[in-house]
Design a protein around this ligand. Structure first.
Ligand code: UD1
Length: 337
């Protein structure tokens, strides 16, 4: 890498942001974090990383961090991510994900930060007509969460055309697993993600796992998703940074997934296999808004970046998620002691 500026990670105390901090750190990048600690945890950020507790829409604070830390790129993870909550409270999502992103982008432009990497989502596609989903598949979100992220994609496209800033919007499929060294992992209280729920059940933190729908148009009738290991996803962000620096005239919208899917039953089978247990399964009806199958076409990211996924094996994803869930129990005990 040519420059040695610092990368500002918003939401760096959260699930994906904390893994991006580790990936940047491991790649030798100086990093700073801003997080409001509403859903993130201070302990998720390494002690030697400068940490600012605050709001990403606070223009004066962003200006101060850019100057103090010599910020040359922003990786923006801060936001709200719970789809059903976005349906009940859309204005929270349009505030946290769209309006505050707008303020952050304004501060980035005002302070002449040249590169921006954005945490987008497959939820911007809604229920896609085709699978695998390509980047040019029409984006028709079916919930405020997806729409709030799509609005930020549009802002970035327009702002980069008008100002000296390029960007990469990465559209994540189903993020799962944890840092292979168990330095971070999914720690959200009350998380609803399938694998998180399943490892909690395996460790006796829940009685059972609900299977939402067994009549989908898939091989075994349960929903199919493209589960991507959070550390492979974090690695893609570091490569995105390299690409933005290498060609400041180029911006990117890229899917992040492995291009293959597993059903709910296959995920639960993997948890049973790895733990040597049989977690209780409860067949339930479909959850509103769930597509049958959501798999990425990852041809574009594979072409543009030298991205070599290392943890696509489902059992490995489960193993890492499980190791983290065990460690999280210890951390939570320490914190409450
Ligand atoms: C997740 C993301 C969403 C992203 C999408 C991309 C979150 C909260 N959601 O949604 O932002 O756009 O991936 O693919 O991060 N299931 C069960 N039982 C459970 C939980 C889930 O059967 O207890 C099923 C669901 O019906 C679905 C699959 O498991 O078929 C995955 O669900 P979940 O982990 O909640 O993620 P998505 O809804 O796919």
């Amino acid at each position: 890498m040519s420059d040695r500026f610092t990368v500002l990670v918003t939401g760096g105390a959260g699930y994906i942001g904390s893994h991006a901090v580790l990936a940047l750190h491991d790649a030798g990048w100086p990093v700073a974090v801003i997080d409001n600690l509403v859903t993130g945890f201070r302990w998720a950020v390494p002690d030697d990383v400068p940490f600012y507790e605050g709001n990403i829409a606070d223009a004066a604070l962003i200006a101060k961090i850019v100057t103090e830390q010599n910020i040359g790129a922003v990786m923006h993870f801060a936001g709200s991510v719970v789809v059903p909550e976005s349906v009940e409270n859309p204005l929270k999502y349009y505030d946290n994900n769209s309006a505050r992103s707008r303020s952050l982008i304004e501060a980035v432009i005002a302070n002449k930060v040249p590169h921006f990497i954005f945490s987008s989502t497959a939820a911007t596609y809604g229920i896609p007509e085709v699978s695998p989903v390509r980047e040019d598949t029409p984006q028709v979100p079916i919930n405020p969460y997806g729409m709030s992220k799509l609005m930020t994609e549009h802002m970035l496209r327009d702002v980069s055309a008008a100002h000296d800033m390029n960007f990469c919007a990465l559209r994540y499929f189903n993020v799962a697993g944890a840092d292979p060294q168990a330095r971070s992992g999914q720690s959200t209280i009350g998380a609803t993600h399938l694998l998180k729920v399943a490892v909690e059940a395996a460790l006796g933190k829940r009685d059972s796992v609900a299977i939402f729908g067994t009549d989908y148009d898939t091989a075994d009738g349960t929903g199919v998703r493209d589960y991507i290991h959070v550390s492979d996803l974090a690695a893609a962000h570091v490569l995105a940074l390299d690409a933005l620096i290498a060609d400041p005239t180029q911006s990117h919208f890229l899917n992040c997934g492995y291009g293959r899917g597993f059903s709910v039953l296959e995920v639960l089978d993997a948890v049973d296999r790895v733990t040597n247990l049989k977690i209780n399964r409860k067949m339930e009806g479909r959850r509103a808004g769930d597509p049958d199958s959501l798999i990425s076409d990852n041809g574009a990211i594979m072409d543009r970046f030298p991205w070599k996924p290392q943890y696509a094996d489902l059992d490995q994803i489960v193993t890492h998620a499980l190791a983290w869930e065990r460690k999280l129990g210890d951390i939570q005990q320490e914190q409450s002691a």
